[in-house]
Write a protein that binds this ligand. Structure first.
Ligand code: HAM
Length: 423
């Protein structure tokens, strides 16, 4: 069926490995697992995620559940398009806030959205997500929670072997800041929206924040000139965001502040974020999340600020497969002659290794060592340094990129050493 897939071995082994790594990281950060039903009352998503969002207005699988007996009411039910609303519903239903503790809950499971299928976008897809939620006196509003969730995500991606991610963060302000900004945005859009794409013209009416998401090239100069949400934030929201950034700086997690990151769900307040990866193409969001300080109240619960994220497991798998493919294409070694005087010896060594079946990239003695390192790191698994000492002694210095280690290897052992390196 369109937008759905069968997962078969050996790929399912990769899914299981990813889930095991995620569970072990969640455990270390003291999260427990929650499993909620895959269908819920339609009203939960309409009120929680927002009637005007693309998800609720266009993408949900909804049906009328017919009454079986006269006494039963018909109900509108929906396959969950996301899991935050379900988790908060469960938090309310089981009175989890009464413990006075923060609830730290994670989930792994299928979600459903009727989107146009393409690489990385399916109608049934799986999310790995987590939520931190609780009464304010448990510290649920603290910027430390935001930073901790982001730091956990950096750790999770690193442990999964996904390098090269980018973290973008922003603040969409409090429940009071947002309507203020939307008014400012509407006013700024009014004179220019006629020159924008059809989608933007529609969004300017229904959900002006989504204009900031537009990818149409001609619209970009107009969007760059629109007022920024940062200028509409109240002092408390500004201070909260500054504290999140300061905690991230201290923890060493790299990020960029993206003024246009507003996200497509209505429940967000203050911090929003996305991790992207270049290997994914158009659907480059690996995961997204943020704060939802008013969601519990919006669906009839007590005040229970929270923050969380969901990661597209399908996209995680695609990224890992692309990275493995790229590794498989790497040369075994890059030979770096140290000085032009070593060019001839390097060519001789390359010839010998290539004859023995080793895939070799030959550098250039005129390069500075730093330049050789950068070139080698892109195309090979290891770099063989060939200076005067090495040429004379026949003992070569080999830097292995995967481990960062530097080893002395005798020329006679070099073929076995290089071909034995893992991808
Ligand atoms: P979301 O940004 O709608 O957020 O989805 C999170 C992630 O799910 C996306 O970054 C993407 O990787 C994946 N995803 C979404 N739609 C599809 C699709 N059609 N096919 C494949 N992958 C997809 C949420 O769902 C929020 N509940 C996240 C959250 C949790 N915010 C706070 N807590």
């Amino acid at each position: 069926m369109r937008g759905t897939r069968d997962l078969l071995p050996p790929e399912t082994a990769l899914w299981n490995r990813i889930e095991a790594v995620a569970r072990s990281v969640f455990e270390r950060y003291n999260f427990g697992e929650i499993r909620t039903p895959i269908f819920e009352d339609t009203a939960l998503f309409a009120r929680g995620v927002g009637e005007e969002t693309d998800i609720v207005s266009k993408e949900m699988y909804t049906w009328e559940d017919r009454a079986r007996a006269q006494s039963e009411k018909t109900q509108m039910l929906t396959l969950r398009p996301e899991n935050t609303a379900g988790v908060v519903r469960a938090y309310i239903e089981h009175k989890l806030g009464e413990s006075g503790q923060l609830q730290k809950l994670y989930y792994i499971g299928p979600q459903f959205r009727r989107e146009r299928p393409q690489k990385g976008r399916y109608r049934q897809f799986s999310q790995i997500g987590a939520e931190v939620i609780g009464p304010p006196h448990a510290g649920s509003e603290s910027p430390v929670r935001d930073a901790e969730v982001l730091e956990m995500l950096a750790t999770l991606l690193d442990e999964l072997g996904i390098g090269g991610w980018t973290l973008k963060i922003n603040s969409v302000g409090s429940a009071q800041d947002r309507p203020k900004y939307i008014e400012t945005l509407k006013a700024a859009l009014a004179p220019v929206v006629g020159q924008m794409c059809g989608d933007c013209q529609r969004r300017a009416e229904t959900n002006p924040l989504r204009v900031l998401d537009c990818k149409v090239a001609e619209d970009q100069p107009i969007i760059d000139g629109l007022p920024r949400i940062a200028d509409s934030l109240d002092e408390a929201s500004k201070a909260h965001f500054a504290a999140v950034c300061a905690a991230l700086d201290a923890s060493g997690v790299p990020y960029t502040h993206d003024h246009r990151l507003v996200r497509g769900l209505d429940y967000y307040t203050r911090t929003t974020f996305e991790f992207t990866h270049g290997g994914l193409g158009a659907q480059n969001a690996l995961l997204g999340g943020g704060r939802y300080d008013g969601l519990s109240e919006a669906i009839g619960g007590p005040k229970a600020p929270g923050i969380g994220f969901a990661m597209g497991e399908d996209r995680l798998i695609l990224t890992l497969q692309a990275l493995e493919q790229a590794k498989a294409e790497l040369a075994h070694a890059y030979i770096a002659p140290l000085g032009e005087g070593q060019n001839a010896a390097a060519l001789k060594l390359a010839r010998k290794l290539r004859r023995d079946g080793v895939r070799v990239e030959l550098g250039d003695g005129s390069f500075r060592l730093k330049k050789s390192f950068e070139a080698a790191d892109k195309v090979a698994r290891a770099m063989v340094l060939l200076g005067e000492d090495e040429a004379q002694s026949g003992i070569l210095t080999v830097k292995v990129f995967a481990t960062g280690t530097q080893t002395k290897v005798a020329e006679a052992e070099l073929v076995a050493f290089l071909t034995g390196l893992a991808g």
